[in-house]
Design a binder for this molecule. Structure first.
Ligand SMILES: NC(=O)c1ccc[n+]([C@@H]2O[C@H](COP(=O)([O-])OP(=O)(O)OC[C@H]3O[C@@H](n4cnc5c(N)ncnc54)[C@H](O)[C@@H]3O)[C@@H](O)[C@H]2O)c1
Length: 355
């Protein structure tokens, strides 16, 4: 078939089931030759659900050794991103790897270098760069609609909803961190993108892990990834609240993020403050823009899974043409560097210069 592309999907958990496989079903000419998961039932479930899935495997090396496979999707937990991606690049495959790049900046740089060395595309799942509202704000900034965009404030705070308590999400060695690396990455990555690939100059940050110090007595309102929780024997050594201030070469950014808080509210928005205009983006949804005279609401007709479809279409196009796009790792390293620097500042409890 013309334009046929053959991929393998490694990791068939929540993001695979809820976002990527539904997106694949809208891409003509795409063959998912392998659905792979170390828990075979999860891969089997994808084959049962989607006729375009050809084979189920539990060892991803089978897909890497198959010359017909052009690209792989790495949809595993954070701790496996590095190993699986490096193996895939070295096997000559293009890679789409979910966010965050991996558990720290040094390993993220190694992944970027390996992609460069192998001459392969490595894209990261910074899906918000394909959200219509984000695309519109990025364009509005380029067109000067904000005037001088001097400050951005963001809040990603939720009421008592630490994910998978005691499991990989709350074990730093496996996740790289808590609410900052899990939610913050989405917010900061899209902010740096809208600012036009802003570069970080200096920052300060405080991180707290207060809400589930005693895992057994923590009461929650919601807990996604509950199947991975291990309150009896697991670990919780990551941030559940994060706050700080960042200076970039474009604008300053202040933020608060909470996986859990004793405030019975969820608050997910980003304010863009310019001298000619300002916008509030309700995360994942609409935004309002005020230019000093009129308040306009932009509510793009946009289904959330659609951003996953757009990022896959763009990735597969990059694989086809070799042209790097907006979610190529080279353009995501700055937000990976930012996460590391914020955690370092919190550990040292002081402001840091970032170069
Ligand atoms: N872009 C987004 O909006 C978004 C949203 C949620 C999660 N994510 C990211 O997606 C990744 C996966 O998250 P999830 O919530 O789907 O996790 P999950 O635990 O539900 O799924 C991960 C799957 O990977 C499998 N796996 C682990 N190691 C493997 C290996 N070596 N080979 C094959 N399979 C393996 C696990 O068995 C599991 O089924 C994480 O990095 C997360 O940060 C991104």
């Amino acid at each position: 078939m013309k334009n046929e592309q053959v991929i393998a999907v490694i990791g068939c958990g929540r993001i695979a089931q809820n976002a990527h496989f539904p997106a694949f079903s809208h891409i003509e000419g795409l063959r998912v030759k392998y659905a792979c998961d170390i828990i075979e039932e999860k891969a089997k479930k994808m084959k049962e659900q989607y006729a375009f899935v050809e084979q189920v495997i539990t060892d991803y090396h089978v897909a890497l050794n198959d010359p017909e496979v052009q690209a792989v999707y790495v949809l595993t937990p954070n701790y496996a991103h590095y190993t699986v991606t490096m193996d895939a690049l070295r096997a000559g495959k293009h890679v789409f790897c979910e966010k965050p790049v991996t558990v720290n900046y040094a390993l993220s740089c190694e992944m970027a270098q390996e992609a460069e060395k192998q001459g392969k595309i490595l894209n990261i799942g910074v899906c918000n760069r394909y959200h219509k509202s984000v695309e519109m704000l990025e364009q509005m900034n380029r067109e000067g609609r904000f005037g001088k965009l001097y400050h951005i404030y963001c809040s990603f705070r939720s009421f008592r909803s630490i994910p998978g308590l005691g499991g990989p999400f709350t074990t730093k060695a496996q996740s790289g961190g808590g609410v900052l690396i899990d939610w913050g990455i989405h917010f900061f990555d899209l902010i740096l993108y809208i600012l036009g690939d802003a570069k970080i100059q200096n920052l300060t940050c405080d991180a707290y892990s207060e809400m589930a110090k005693d895992m057994k007595s923590y009461r929650y309102n919601s807990m996604w990834a509950e199947d991975t929780a291990d309150v009896e024997h697991g670990t919780n050594d990551v941030d559940d609240f994060i706050t700080g201030y960042i200076r970039t070469d474009r604008a300053s950014i202040s933020f608060n993020g909470a996986w859990a808080q004793n405030i019975k509210q969820n608050e997910m928005f980003i304010d863009f403050l310019g001298d000619q205009g300002g916008a509030r983006l309700i995360y994942g949804k609409r935004f309002e823009f005020y230019d000093g005279k009129t308040l306009e609401t932009f509510a793009p007709e946009y289904d959330i899974p659609d951003m996953y479809l757009q990022e896959s279409i763009a990735f597969l196009e990059s694989v086809r043409t070799g042209v790097k796009n907006r979610s190529n790792i080279e353009r995501v390293l700055e937000s990976a560097k930012l996460l590391d620097a914020l955690y370092a500042s919190a550990a040292k409890r002081r402001e840091l210069e970032v170069r």
